[in-house]
Design a protein around this ligand. Structure first.
Ligand code: ADP
Length: 582
């Protein structure tokens, strides 16, 4: 009897193409049939084709870039393509070859965008550096990646100078500044605009295999060293094609899109690719990301859609409240990176801004889900839409999700079963850059990537992130979601910001404690907060204590850093364990 093929071979999509060809040839020899090949052209996917397309099809769109001086620089896509060509010639003249890593240390701006396309377009790897990372991590990342050139904004030059002793020998530094405007520096820095002058405005962009590496981004190393996600031309283009399919509300040709998510981390969620692809103009906010600066820029440039993390949107919301209105034309807000509190969603909707969540990870290029309201509910009142708006949304095309129990067994998508979320697809890493140990720990035997998020998935495909596995509070054998508690507490009028951390307890294992930034001089009591939170839960996971702080520590990507908070309160003792109370 012929063996069941599924049991002896992994599915074809898991087999690398060259091995697949060998398997197919062997199968032919054995007299087995192989699928008939289509007769279509095969053009490798290339990132530069996005800009080539935008320059032709959307020549009247481009980039509006906020400079430090307050000036707004305007540049069309054809001009951007010409400058990307000049930048590619410049890098080639400096000796950059295909596969070399070229680092950028820059805010969201037109020069950074030119470099995105120039570096990947010439077949090199655009390695974005996050200036908010501690110096030891930045030094480690630059050496691990073996960057050959570093392109740095003038305002971030001090960050690079502080790394001077850690920089690899031979690294060339280019300052992204006007001719004659490079500050004095011990780094022997070159000037970007001077280098571009006189270079040709066209470049013979190579047709490389589509799995050629194109971008590199390291996760912020909360435990151990940062780990590199190495994107390819193919994964980046597929991500750019599939995000607008998922989040259709955001992408309208001729309108303006402002990525507040930084280009120095996870490619600004792919917006530098999706916006030109869909004919939108990019508004680049530069370094000033406080609520008042963002409000003014959005008002002046008529931003329609903007994407970013909740801490940024909390700042903008304060300014909107002060102004009494949202910036003109602002209609579409995407919140991701951490859970958006329901009270924030309701406040923005009250100002006429439609809010959707997105969930994703550095390792996923990064978008995994989109939270657009499906058609039957689009005209429903907000309270009926809120369960969807407060979930992470539905998976983007091209991704598969599974949630597994502690033994790795897949669990049903019934909205109740909860376990670690694993993902698979063309825009997910297959391992970490030059890090076999971390790769082996992250991937399961069937090639799925473990996200470290604990989630459930409803029968309708809505992903509900319960918590990061490491942020859950384990109390009396039950898991308490810190996200649920924070979402319930943040709507209390005396709380400006809050975060839940787990504190050890001899009887319960752990108990939740709420760290609070109060609103002005307010000092809510624990009893008041309990009364406020309790109606949100069937079985109430109430915090044991309130700890007041002036501000919450943030990670390098603008999220609340639970790691720093846990360290800050490492010596804290719960009220019922203090001497004389036990
Ligand atoms: P970092 O920027 O900290 O290096 P990532 O950007 O890759 O890391 O963060 C990914 C994590 O952020 C996810 O695993 C998840 O825990 C969290 N996250 C992202 N989006 C959401 C969301 N909409 N709701 C809840 N958590 C989110």
């Amino acid at each position: 009897m012929r063996p069941d093929r599924a049991k002896v071979k992994p599915p074809a999509e898991l087999i690398p193409q060259h091995i697949h060809a060998t398997v197919a040839a062997t199968a032919r020899q054995a007299g087995e049939t192989t699928p008939m090949k289509g007769m279509m052209q095969h053009r490798p996917l290339r990132i530069i084709d996005i800009l080539l397309h935008a320059a032709e099809a959307f020549a009247d769109q481009g980039i509006l870039s906020a400079h430090d001086t307050g000036e707004i620089h305007s540049q069309s896509y054809p001009q951007t393509l010409a400058r990307a060509a000049r930048a590619a010639h410049t890098l080639r003249a400096l000796g950059v070859a295909e596969g070399d890593r070229v680092a950028t240390l820059a805010w969201n701006g037109h020069r950074h965008l030119e470099l995105y396309y120039a570096i990947s377009g010439m077949g090199a790897v655009c390695h974005t550096l996050n200036p908010r990372l501690p110096a030891d991590q930045l030094g480690y990342i630059i050496r691990h990646a073996e960057d050959s050139v570093l392109c740095v904004d003038a305002s971030l030059l001090p960050v690079a100078e502080a790394l001077r002793d850690a920089l690899p020998a031979g690294l060339r530094v280019i300052v992204l500044a006007d001719a004659g405007a490079v500050p004095d520096s011990p780094l022997d820095a070159l000037c970007y605009e001077e280098l571009l002058q006189g270079q040709p405005a066209t470049f013979d962009w190579p047709h490389l295999p589509e799995d050629t590496a194109s971008g590199l981004c390291y996760t912020s190393g909360t435990t151990g060293h940062p780990k590199g996600a190495l994107y390819s031309q193919r994964s980046t283009v597929l991500h750019a094609l599939t995000v607008p399919l998922a989040q259709t509300s955001s992408f309208v040709a001729g309108r303006r899109m402002m990525p507040v998510v930084p280009m120095f981390h996870v490619n600004a969620w792919g917006l530098p690719y999706t916006a030109p692809l869909t004919g939108m103009t990019l508004v680049m906010p530069g370094p000033h990301l406080d609520g008042a600066s963002l409000w003014r820029l959005m008002e002046d440039t008529h931003v329609y859609s903007s994407w970013g993390v909740p801490t940024v949107w909390a700042g903008l919301l304060s300014e909107i409240t002060a102004q009494g209105r949202a910036p003109s034309g602002f209609r579409d807000l995407i919140v991701g990176g951490s859970a958006a509190p329901p009270s924030m969603i309701e406040a923005y909707e009250g100002y006429g801004v439609t809010v959707s969540q997105a969930w994703g990870m550095t390792e996923m290029s990064p978008i995994g889900t989109h939270g657009m309201i499906p058609p039957p509910l689009q005209d429903a009142p907000l309270d009926r839409q809120m369960p969807i708006k407060t979930s992470a949304g539905r998976r983007k095309f091209g991704l598969e999700f599974k949630i597994v129990d502690d033994h790795g067994t897949a669990m049903p998508h019934d909205g109740t079963a909860t376990g670690e979320l694993y993902v698979r697809g063309n825009t997910v890493i297959s391992g970490y850059f030059r890090n076999d140990q971390a790769s082996a720990a992250a991937m399961d035997a069937a090639g799925w990537f473990g996200t470290g998020d604990v989630a459930s998935i409803t029968a309708e495909g809505q992903l509900v992130i319960r918590d990061r596995a490491k942020d859950l509070v384990k109390s009396g054998g039950e898991w308490i979601s810190s996200i649920d508690l924070e979402n319930a507490a943040i709507s209390h009028p005396s709380i400006q910001a809050c975060a839940v951390i787990a504190v050890p307890h001899p009887k319960w294992d752990e108990r939740p404690v709420l760290v609070v930034v109060p609103q002005g001089d307010a000092r809510p009591t624990l009893a008041e907060i309990h009364a406020h939170i309790a109606p949100h839960f069937a079985k109430s996971p109430l915090p044991d204590d309130l700890l007041f702080v002036d501000e919450l520590p943030l990670t390098a990507t603008g999220k609340i850093s639970k790691l720093s908070l846990r360290a800050q309160f490492a010596d804290y003792v719960l009220p019922d364990l203090r001497e004389g109370t036990a």
